[in-house]
Design a protein around this ligand. Structure first.
Ligand code: F6R
Length: 255
């Protein structure tokens, strides 16, 4: 696992975008796994800039999002479908048919979850998966207690996550109670993971993820099992780390 500490959110975002762009340039048909929330917004801005100024081509890229709320129409501004089109897809030349986001409105949610897994497999797996982390250590919506071998499925959001996400809604009562999320087992099968965290409120979760034991109490700690992980954090999110880390990625990460 490679841990890179950047001074600012902007530097963190640029490095994450460079890692993703590098995968796409090497394989224009790469399957990229995407996250929502505040953390990846800077990365998406950088990728949009690379598309505009450096001809980074998304036309053949396949995307798979980590999660979606259950029951929110896709034109609801808080749905992750809406988020992805607003903050990334409408600004790049992605092919709409290549975009995959879990379906939180399916009549048969279990069947939709199983199909999502099959679609990922049919595309040969995910080449690089971008991840944020919850202040409680969740990745995607795999809340503490989630099985480390879990697959895409329906989950109940914890009160902590509903409170954290209430800032995007008018009130906490509007925050959905359920979601559809890739499992930890699904995430660990991606060929490369890039986990991002910024801000003081992520410092504890980052310390537990990187320096604590692998435990279902901190779902993100499962990334310690993965052979190719880059964790990029800003100074504030790194503030509780105790070991020595780098400020630049190893040159072997870029080809
Ligand atoms: C969203 C997701 C979540 C977020 C996490 C952090 O697709 O996978 O795990 O990454 O809740 O959210 P922010 O970035 O808003 O702090």
């Amino acid at each position: 696992m490679e841990v890179v500490i950047k001074e600012t959110y902007e530097e963190m975002s640029l490095l994450a975008a460079q890692l993703i762009a590098d995968v796409i340039r090497r394989n224009p048909r790469a399957a990229i796994g995407l996250a929502t929330g505040s953390t990846p917004l800077g990365t998406y801005r950088e990728l949009i800039g690379m598309h505009r100024d450096e001809e980074l081509d998304f036309s053949q890229v396949i995307s798979f999002n980590l999660d979606e709320y259950v029951g929110l129409p896709i034109d609801n501004e808080q749905s992750y479908h809406y988020f992805m089109w607003e903050n990334l897809f409408k600004h790049i030349n992605v092919t709409p048919a290549n975009v995959h986001i879990p379906d939180g409105l399916a009549d048969d949610l279990k069947e939709a979850c199983d199909s999502y897994e099959i679609e990922i497999d049919d595309h040969g797996g995910i080449d690089v998966q971008l991840l944020g982390i919850g202040s409680n250590g969740h990745i995607a919506f795999n809340e503490p207690g989630s099985s480390l071998g879990s697959r895409t499925r329906i989950k109940t959001l914890t009160e902590k996550t509903r409170q954290d996400n209430a800032r995007f809604f008018n009130s906490i009562d509007e925050v959905p109670k359920y979601c559809v999320t890739m499992g930890i087992g699904t995430i660990l099968e991606s060929r490369k993971l890039v986990l991002l965290a910024n801000g003081e409120n992520k410092a504890e979760a980052i310390q537990a993820t990187l320096e604590g034991p692998i435990t279902v109490s901190v779902p993100a700690s499962a990334i310690q099992f993965h052979p190719d992980v880059t964790v990029i954090v800003d100074r504030a999110a790194a503030s509780k780390l105790t070991r020595e880390y780098h400020t630049e990625p190893s040159r072997f990460n870029f080809q």
